[in-house]
Structures are given as structure tokens and as C-alpha cells.
Design a protein. Structure first.
Length: 284
């Protein structure tokens, strides 16, 4: 821009960073206040198994119900919370809500588990599993009602201590899922050594699948690889019937996306997608 031409690039860069830092400091403070004021909420989005037409999992997604704004989405505050460390307190809140909700759903015989997103900063806390176990014990949450979603980039870096804890949880029935697969650079030989049940393919990989033969080739190879390693594939970000049809041809059976439902609050979610285990109705 013309008005910037006289300025030194480095100077502009520094000014931008400073502004960003101030914004971030403010946001960090607001996040901690919001936690104290109990302004966070969870929404749930169904994961559908198309063969049976059933909802098998609800992914819990955090939102900030700011008193003066529209719902603030996690893409805006989770990265800042991760950098500042506020994610630990926020993650505790999420985990506690998820464990409480999952315990209630188990009692009501709702045959769906709840998937929760775990960020790298949370998982790297030495006492993360202690706190998770504590939340599970407080609400008597059956381990099989929980699914932990760990992003691909993070999954590649897990150390033996964390892997041991994940293996233990998995033995008790908790599912472990790699999230956002296809956005990082996985070491494929490492993938098969991780204690995981499922891999969630990122929506960036399936966005153009209905129109692009190249996108289909890539998806088909990725799906084949994951299934070949004995893991389940979930595809997220399904927005159209055409995308779903294409992915079914490739062999995918588990889907999540706006095509089925947008994330929504618990009572609306249950009104639409909860049925007793024995009488689950088809939604597709
Ligand atoms: P994610 O775990 O990959 O979650 C999927 C995101 O895609 C969600 O965005 C969901 O609303 C959105 N989505 C679902 N279906 C579609 C679709 O068909 N089209 C499009 N365009 N989007 C779709 P959301 O809720 O904004 O969350 C963004 C990210 O924030 C999540 O990505 C996750 O990484 C993080 N996040 C959300 N909740 C939590 C949480 O409780 N804890 C942590 N640590 N991270 C969270
Ligand atoms: Mg997720
Ligand atoms: Mg994802
Ligand atoms: Mg994603």
C-alpha cells in the first residue's frame, strides 16, 4: 500500500506484532474471566454410520457464549488459549462437562459416545491423565463412552509415557482417534505403532472430491492406507450428498458434516439424535 511505502518493513512488522501481542494479552485475560463467569458452552455434532443409518458418536465442540457477541468459535480462542496456557483450565472445564454428560447419556442408555478434542498443550501436562481420571471418577463415566481426538501433528510426537496412558484407556474401552489427518506430515510407519482406533480425515482432503479426479485418487489412497493398517476411517466436513456418495464408493462408512447436521446445544441434539440403544432410528 502507498502509505506504507516510506516505512521500513521491519518496523511495520514489529508494530504489527506488538499490536497482536496486546490483543492476545487482552484475549487471554478475557478467556480466564469467561471461565470464571461460566460463559463457555458445548455443542455436539453427530457422526453417522451410513450402513446402519445410526449416530454412533457426538463430537463435543466448545463455544464461548460471550454476553455481548455472537457465539465465539474455537478457531478464534483455542489457539490463543493454547499459547497462553489458559487451555489447561479450559480443557479441564471441557473434560469435566464431557465426563458429566457422557455419564448421564450412559445412564439414559443413549448408545452414543462423546468425542472430545485434546490440544497438545493439555496432553503435555504431566498430570493430564490424572485430571482426566479424576473427572471420570467424579461422574462415574464409563470409559467406553469417551473418545479422545488428538490432532495428527501432535500424535506424531507423543512420548512413551503418554502412549502408555492412552493404551491403558483404550484397553478400558475409550476410543483414541487421530484428528485432522492429512493436514500434517505423518510418519506412516509410526502411525501403525500408535494405540489408535480411528483416523479422521480432514475436510480439506474431501472438499473437491465430487469434482476432482485427483482429489478422489488422493482420498482413495489415504483411506486404503488407514484401513489397511486396521483402523477405522471417519470423514469430517461432509457438506453434500455428492461428496458422501463418492466417499462411499471409496469405502468410507463414518461421516460427520453439515450435510447431516451442524453442531448444536445438548437439548436440541438429544431431541434430534438421541434414541435408546435398542431403537435407534436411521437419520440417513
Ligand atoms: P475439529 O476437531 O477438526 O472439529 C471440526 C470442525 O469442523 C468444527 O469446527 C465443526 O463445527 C466444523 N465442521 C463440521 N462439519 C463441517 C462441515 O461440513 N463443513 C465445515 N466447513 N465445517 C464443518 P469448530 O467447532 O469451529 O472447531 C474448530 C476446531 O477447534 C476443532 O476442529 C478443534 O480442533 C478445536 N476445538 C473445538 N472444541 C475444542 C475443545 O473443546 N478443546 C480443544 N482443545 N479444541 C477444540
Ligand atoms: Mg475434532
Ligand atoms: Mg478435525
Ligand atoms: Mg479439522
Amino acid at each position: 500500500h502507498a502509505k506504507h511505502q516510506g516505512r521500513n518493513r521491519a518496523e511495520m512488522f514489529t508494530a504489527e506484532l506488538a499490536l497482536e501481542a496486546a490483543d492476545r494479552a487482552e484475549l487471554e485475560r478475557d478467556l480466564l474471566l469467561a471461565l470464571q463467569r461460566d460463559e463457555f458452552i458445548l455443542e455436539f455434532q453427530p457422526q453417522v454410520e451410513v450402513v446402519s443409518g445410526r449416530v454412533v458418536t457426538a463430537e463435543a465442540l466448545v463455544r464461548w457464549a460471550h454476553p455481548e457477541r455472537d457465539l465465539v468459535m474455537p478457531g478464534f480462542f483455542v489457539p490463543v488459549a493454547e499459547e497462553s496456557g489458559a487451555i489447561v483450565a479450559l480443557g479441564d472445564w471441557v473434560m469435566s462437562r464431557v465426563c458429566e454428560t457422557a455419564a448421564r447419556w450412559a445412564k439414559a442408555d443413549i448408545g452414543q459416545r462423546i468425542a472430545v478434542n485434546i490440544s497438545s498443550r493439555e496432553l503435555s501436562q504431566a498430570d493430564f491423565f490424572l485430571r482426566l481420571r479424576h473427572a471420570m471418577a467424579s461422574y462415574q463415566t464409563p470409559p467406553h463412552m469417551l473418545e479422545l481426538e488428538i490432532s495428527e501433528s501432535l500424535a506424531m510426537e507423543l512420548d512413551e509415557r503418554v502412549l502408555g496412558q492412552l493404551r491403558a484407556l483404550r484397553k478400558e474401552g475409550t476410543r483414541i482417534t487421530i484428528d485432522d489427518f492429512g493436514t500434517g506430515y505423518s510418519n506412516l510407519s509410526r502411525l501403525k505403532e500408535l494405540p489408535i482406533d480411528r483416523v479422521k480425515i480432514d475436510r480439506s482432503l474431501v472438499r473437491d472430491i465430487a469434482s476432482s479426479a485427483e482429489a478422489r485418487t488422493i482420498c482413495s489412497a489415504v483411506v486404503g492406507l488407514i484401513q489397511g493398517l486396521g483402523m477405522e476411517v471417519v470423514v469430517e466436513g461432509i457438506e453434500s450428498e455428492a461428496q458422501m456418495d463418492m466417499l462411499r464408493v471409496i469405502g468410507c462408512t463414518l461421516f460427520q458434516g453439515y450435510h447431516f447436521a451442524r453442531p448444536t446445544g445438548e437439548s436440541d441434539y438429544l431431541a434430534r439424535f438421541a434414541t435408546l440403544r435398542q431403537e435407534q432410528r436411521r437419520i440417513v
